[in-house]
Design a protein around this ligand. Structure first.
Ligand SMILES: Cc1cc2nc3c(=O)[nH]c(=O)nc-3n(C[C@H](O)[C@H](O)[C@H](O)COP(=O)(O)O)c2cc1C
Ligand code: SF4
Ligand code: SF4
Length: 269
């Protein structure tokens, strides 16, 4: 049995979970979604395929949706998805709707609560909270690796109230963020006076949206942001801000075992 684990990660949580799962699954490889999208359609011969990703505005990132639309899973007999924030199970049924075009569906779905990186609204976790999520993640990964190896099905259901919210209020919030908040945000990135012109943001940007001109980063309007937040969190002097979003007052986070180079490698084919 060969397993391919496809992942998309801005601040390292998803990359770390993917690599930890890989250690627990024999004959498995981790493949970045960003690199794999450089030649489409994506063909896999693995008989087990996993997709691991962060949650954005209660749903899957648009780049992950594009990936699922472009992977040919005809050789695959077992599919799983893992999110690195707790989400409504509607996220997984939305994936199933895309997979139905290939007459496929997810066998196993799971959500982890990894540390928050959405600093326009939330503060970052304390070191104690980061440590607690890490040890819980390891325990859950041991369980899920066993389920995947036995090719069992595991599909948690939302409690009734959650299910109602996920089909009523939450799609409206997702719509508002995807159509209004996020497009506004990607026009509002800037580097403050702490910027040293080091160029890390240009190298790490997963959509190649950032260009350094005369030592100053510029976010190019014609390139769509993936909302990975790697630029914000990996700037070594915390110089990147978003206008009117209080980001000066919030800390920065990336998974402690993941480096800027690890994130950049996702762009390799
Ligand atoms: C643009 C954006 C939107 C987000 N929206 C949500 C959300 O709706 N719910 C949530 O729990 N976390 C949300 N998050 C937090 C991330 O899903 C979470 O921190 C994830 O583990 C980051 O994974 P990564 O380190 O692999 O990028 C959001 C993060 C970003 C950057
Ligand atoms: S990573 Fe930070 S310091 Fe380096 S060029 Fe970008 S904004 Fe400036
Ligand atoms: S501009 Fe920042 S948030 Fe947008 S894709 Fe590039 S690194 Fe990610």
């Amino acid at each position: 049995m060969t397993t391919e684990i496809y992942y998309f990660s801005g601040t390292g949580n998803t990359l770390h979970v993917s690599e930890e799962l890989q250690k627990r699954l024999p004959d498995s490889t981790c493949i970045p979604i960003i690199g794999s999208l450089k030649s489409t359609p994506i063909k896999t011969s693995a008989d087990t395929v996993g997709i691991i990703f962060p949650i954005q505005a209660f749903t899957l990132p648009w780049i992950v949706r594009r990936f699922i639309q472009n992977i040919d899973l005809s050789a695959t007999s077992y599919l799983f998805a893992i999110t690195t924030r707790v989400c409504f199970t509607k996220v997984f049924s939305d994936i199933d709707r895309i997979l139905a075009q290939q007459k496929k569906s997810l066998d196993t779905c799971l959500s982890y609560e990894m540390p928050e990186n959405y600093i326009p609204v939330f503060n970052i976790y304390s070191p104690e909270e980061i440590e607690a999520t890490e040890s819980e993640m390891h325990q859950k990964l041991d369980q899920i690796a066993g389920i995947i190896q036995k090719k069992e099905r595991c599909q948690p259901q939302d409690p009734f109230v959650w299910s109602v919210v996920s089909h009523t209020v939450s799609p409206l919030i997702t719509w508002y963020f995807q159509k209004i908040r996020f497009p506004g945000m990607e026009k509002a990135f800037y580097a403050d006076s702490k910027c040293t012109g080091c160029g890390i943001c240009e190298k790490i940007c997963l959509s190649d949206k950032i260009r350094i001109t005369d030592g100053v980063p510029e976010w190019q309007d014609h390139i769509k942001c993936i909302y990975c937040f790697a630029c914000l969190h990996f700037c070594p002097v915390q110089a990147i801000q978003i206008h009117r979003r209080n980001t000066q007052k919030r800390g920065r986070y990336h998974h402690p075992q993941v480096t800027a180079d690890d994130i950049i490698k996702q762009k390799e084919k």
